[in-house]
Ligand binder design. Structure first.
Ligand code: NAD
Ligand code: ZN
Length: 348
């Protein structure tokens, strides 16, 4: 089959690799209908995150049709249209039982093969899904392919970010970064009732989209978001900040913008060796700092009412639809924020 593989820094290739096969009786094979490129793929692409073997099929955002199931698979059936969270989970371990499916003891991340171990990704024609019954979700009636892709990662992650920030209608919040995850964090904060959500970025069209989703855009290259937020909070700072970038400077900004006793909720993957603020700085703010991977499998079906409410045109963040065979260019456009790109959907 054809897949987009990692071949080194900023080098994605369309390659012919071996078709996936059932390895364990709880596996399923999904024929990919659509997949997407995520900001997390960019960490691999730019080699900010190391470890993945050259030749690994990239990607963890995919939807498709089940074409084969192992002997132990009971719920998922051949022919079903399914969406998938970006990690697998067993649904039964200590972590799964409390909704932390991203820390399932059997969890694997799609698109991560390291020293021969791990899972190939969904930017391919077919993908092997371990623990299929507890990982895959049938796409409900009325949910589009684009929406199913968002549920599997960035919408769930934006929502997780807002939950961790304990968003309340009365509070003032700042979302740092208006990529797909930050935009979904804006949607989630608004959905949870927040009336004042500032959205910070430097890219005009991303700020415009944040505004469309109900945020107050703050262009970090033009004004000073800090002044605006202090003014809106009698000089205190935001009740919560939602960091969706994955860099030390963004975490520092999220820290600076939050008030004493507030919450910094971080979903950005930052590969710096240390946190961007010191213990005593956190002490002096009585800070709550929450960070981590989103338990997408736990959250995705809970977000179906949000999607079906159609208050937000979520699918509109897909600015580019391309063939899988054009994936290399897709990466260049998304990584370079070229051509007003916000998110790329690829079809095998
Ligand atoms: P993206 O790269 O498309 O978006 C990042 C945005 O941040 C861009 O719009 C950029 O202009 C903006 N930005 C950069 N530096 C900034 C700064 N200092 N202040 C304000 N804005 C700044 O990525 P994405 O797909 O939206 O993903 C965002 C992050 O979330 C990535 O680090 C990704 O790895 C991470 N992620 C985490 C999880 C999780 O489970 N925690 C899941 C998905 C993605
Ligand atoms: Zn992702």
């Amino acid at each position: 089959m054809k897949a987009l593989t990692f071949r080194g820094k900023e080098n994605i290739q369309l390659e012919e690799i071996r078709d996936p096969a059932i390895i364990h009786p709880s596996d399923a094979i999904v024929k990919v209908k659509a997949c997407a490129i995520c900001g997390s793929d960019l960490h691999v692409y730019h080699e900010r995150e190391r470890g993945i073997d050259p030749g690994t099929a990239m990607g963890h955002e995919f939807t498709g049709e089940v074409v084969e199931v192992g002997k132990e698979v009971r719920q998922i059936r051949v022919g079903q249209k399914v969406m998938s969270p970006f990690t697998t989970s067993c649904g039964q371990c200590f972590y799964c039982r409390q909704g932390l499916t991203c820390r399932c003891i059997h969890s694997q991340l799609f698109g991560w093969v390291e020293r021969g171990q791990g899972l190939h990704g969904g930017q391919s024609e077919y993908v092997r899904v371990p623990l299929a019954d507890s990982t895959l979700v049938e796409i409900p009636e009325g949910i589009s392919t684009e929406e199913a892709l968002l549920l599997g990662d960035v919408l769930s992650t934006g929502y997780f970010c807002a939950l961790q920030a304990e968003v309340k209608p009365s509070g003032v919040y700042a979302v740092v970064g208006c990529g797909p995850v930050g935009l979904m964090a804006v949607v989630a904060a608004r959905y949870l009732g927040a009336s004042k959500v500032y959205a910070i970025d430097t890219v005009a069209e991303r700020l415009a989209k944040a505004k469309e989703f109900g945020a107050i855009p703050a262009d970090a290259t033009v004004g000073n978001p800090m002044e605006e937020i202090l003014e809106a909070t009698e000089g205190r700072g935001a009740d919560g900040t939602l960091e969706a970038v994955g860099s030390g400077s963004a975490v520092k900004l999220a820290f600076d913008l939050v008030r004493p006793g507030g919450i910094v909720s971080s979903v950005g993957v930052c590969n710096d060796p240390h946190v961007a603020f010191s213990p005593v700085e956190a002490y002096n703010k009585n800070l709550t700092y929450r960070i981590g991977r989103c338990p997408a499998r736990f959250l995705m079906d809970k977000l179906i009412p949000l999607v079906k409410g159609r208050q937000y045109d979520l699918a509109s963040i897909f600015t580019h639809r391309m063939k899988l065979s054009e994936g290399r260019a897709g990466y260049e456009i998304f990584a370079g924020k070229k051509d007003h790109c916000l998110k790329v959907l690829l079809e095998p």
